[in-house]
Ligand binder design. Structure first.
Ligand code: ADP
Ligand code: MG
Length: 310
């Protein structure tokens, strides 16, 4: 049988917009030390838009955008959607490509038809190629590629990073030829969440695949204590383990497929209700109203109820 206090709690939680999949998690919430948040889509709106483009000599913004949109194919990633939207807004035709591949936490890759490249005015003017490998991706992808970064693109990325904008690169045969800056908006509630968790004596951390610069800018803005940036999806749960090894009881809050292993690993996994199915299925508690402030309510509710029990 379910102890009465737990049953009461669960219905209280439900009334507060929380769906409790693991009742014990409700009880554990009162002893938490650290709350770790995913950045994109959790602390931020996650609706990014392309706000700036830089290209190397000989490549126009339109060419770069059309090619990037081609390579993103039908990827569901928010960055992919933003790039396709920007290309559509400019009325750009997409080229043809094959062998689409998603590189989790890094970017995408496809083989672009040489003839299509030339037809779109995207050929570099050198010998026609049968198939050219083109990537679009961020810092985790760059660290794998050998090509050097053109100074112009490097400067563009530094400036964007300072403004908390995410930068992804268009890379042809290993050489970066353009960069796109994407702006996301920090959710209004996120400021209050961090303050309220601090008031409850909890530590707040951020875990993201995005660049160190962007993560730092958002964390500083919000007053977050610890930042884990440029973390690959398969390494996210290790960061939770690191915190647990320091003797901390850890909650993870996330929305993406990438967050699932970390949600499972955490002492309490909390999914944003509008998140992906995989995240929701990996969580102990689901925030139905998509409001991160409900994390604060969860801790308060747990402390209030279980105090009575002792
Ligand atoms: P987060 O941890 O912030 O939710 P992801 O793990 O989904 O982010 O992605 C991490 C990084 O990988 C992004 O910031 C971006 O640099 C790169 N990336 C992932 N998917 C794509 C894509 N479809 N197009 C371009 N870049 C991508
Ligand atoms: Mg996310």
């Amino acid at each position: 049988a379910i102890p009465l206090v737990v049953a009461i709690n669960t219905s209280l939680a439900a009334r507060n917009g929380m769906l409790v999949r693991d009742r014990i998690a409700m009880e554990r919430a009162r002893t938490l030390d650290t709350v770790v948040f995913d950045k994109t889509g959790t602390l931020t709106e996650g609706e990014q838009g392309v706000v700036d483009i830089a290209t190397v000599d000989g490549v126009s913004e339109d060419e770069a955008l059309a090619l990037a949109a081609t390579v993103e194919g039908d990827s569901e990633h928010m960055i992919a959607r933003a790039i396709r939207e920007a290309a559509d807004e400019r009325g750009l035709e997409r080229g043809t490509a094959t062998d689409f591949e998603a590189l989790k936490g890094k970017g995408v890759r496809a083989t672009v038809d040489g003839a299509a490249l030339r037809a779109a005015g995207l050929s570099r003017g050198d010998e026609p190629r049968d198939g050219e490998r083109v990537h679009v991706g961020g810092p985790n992808l760059l660290s794998e590629l050998e090509g050097g970064m053109p100074t112009d693109l490097e400067r563009f990325a530094d400036r964007a990073g300072e403004n908390a904008q995410t930068v992804v690169y268009l890379i042809r045969e290993g050489d970066p030829v353009a960069a796109f800056a994407l702006a996301d908006v920090v959710r209004e509630e996120s400021y209050r969440v961090v303050d309220a968790l601090h008031e409850l004596g909890l530590e707040v951390a951020m875990l993201t695949g995005d660049s160190e610069d962007v993560a730092r800018a958002v964390a500083d803005d919000l007053g977050i204590d610890t930042v884990f940036a440029e973390v690959l999806p398969e390494d996210k749960d290790e960061k939770i383990t690191e915190l647990q090894a320091q003797g901390k009881s850890v909650a993870m809050v996330g929305d993406g497929v990438n967050d699932a292993p970390a949600l499972t690993r955490a002492d309490i996994g909390i999914a944003i209700g509008s998140g992906t199915d995989v995240a929701v299925q990996s969580a102990d508690i689901i925030l139905v109203k998509n409001n991160p402030m409900d994390v604060v309510r969860l801790v308060k509710l747990s402390r209030a109820s279980y105090r009575k029990m002792q």
